[in-house]
Design a protein around this ligand. Structure first.
Ligand SMILES: [Fe+2]
Length: 301
């Protein structure tokens, strides 16, 4: 019988998994075991610390509901979501708009609206017009592109955090026009602190991190034949633009509010302009790191 010790356990575990028929699952699980074992040896993990880790992950799972996703928050705050997105962007065949985090507050089935409509139904704050074009990598407009938008309110909360889950606010879906142009009204984005009332919040406090995200608004943009883009726009000048708790900001996604913009479709309002570029679809992978929280819990049962 082969001795199980710190020098043999990794190979023994890998051998037992070697018959996994799905090659990608085999590759991922083997690599996970190798790295997990190497990590455990590197920090010389004690039984108490191992149990603390189990307790933490259990608490993360227990905090999840159909309207709250603590695991996505954990992935985001560890930089894992940002890394997965960076690898996804690297696989694109064309240089286009960078991805950013979907985060834990995306919801499918936001109301369909008409260009120029406001996504504000229950909130106060400074109204701005967001406008621009959705185009391909050569700059040709993508007619009828579907644009999904969501943002927090003036207190830094998303509708999911405040209302009965059946109530939607500050969300909307729009179709771009025949030239790929879009415009809609929303709140001037504000920064907020990530949810701190769960185990991820405990971790953030223990690490003496501030927990803030800089002001931003989320977008998911797609069209037939194009790779879906999950991204966000960040407002220049925010105090946390260089220290986002979830590592979502890219220089190319920073926008400014223009108080006097004659080329805006609604020139009386302050405006934020951004032109998005989508890559041709190479595969069906959406690049969403996350999902509507209700979809995730539905799959888990
Ligand atoms: Fe957000």
């Amino acid at each position: 019988m082969r001795a199980i010790n710190e020098n043999t356990i990794t190979d023994v575990a890998l051998e037992q998994m070697a018959a996994t028929p799905n090659p990608r699952m085999k590759q991922i699980m083997a690599s996970l075991v190798r790295h997990l074992h190497a990590f455990t040896k590197e920090v010389d993990l004690t039984p108490e610390e191992w149990l603390e880790g189990i307790r933490f992950l259990t608490a993360v799972g227990q905090k999840c509901t159909a309207h709250r996703q603590e695991f996505i928050l954990l992935s985001d705050t560890l930089g894992l979501s940002s890394l997965v997105i960076a690898l996804h962007d690297k696989r694109a065949t064309e240089a286009v708009t960078k991805s950013s985090l979907l985060g834990p507050f995306y919801r499918q089935d936001a109301p369909m609206m008409k260009l120029g409509d406001s996504i504000i139904s229950k909130s106060d704050g400074t109204e701005v017009v967001f406008y621009g074009r959705v185009a391909d990598s050569a700059g040709r407009g993508i007619p009828n592109a579907l644009i999904q938008i969501w943002e927090p309110d003036e207190t830094g909360n998303y509708d999911l955090q405040k209302h009965d889950p059946s109530v939607m606010d500050l969300r909307g879906c729009f179709h771009a026009d025949a030239e790929g142009r879009y415009y809609f009204r929303g709140l001037c984005p504000l920064g907020y602190m990530i949810p701190m009332d769960g185990p991820v919040g405990d971790m953030i406090r223990a690490q003496k991190r501030h927990g803030y995200r800089p002001a931003h608004i989320h977008f998911v943009i797609g069209g037939p034949g194009y790779r879906e883009l999950v991204t966000a726009l960040y407002v220049a000048g925010d105090n946390h633009i260089d220290s986002d708790t979830v590592f979502g900001v890219d220089e190319s996604l920073i926008v400014s509010v223009n108080k006097n913009d004659p080329s805006s479709p609604l020139p009386k309002l302050p405006s934020i302009r951004y032109d998005f570029r989508l890559a041709a679809a190479k595969d069906k992978m959406s690049g969403r790191v996350g999902a509507d929280p209700s979809q995730i819990t539905a799959k888990a049962h």
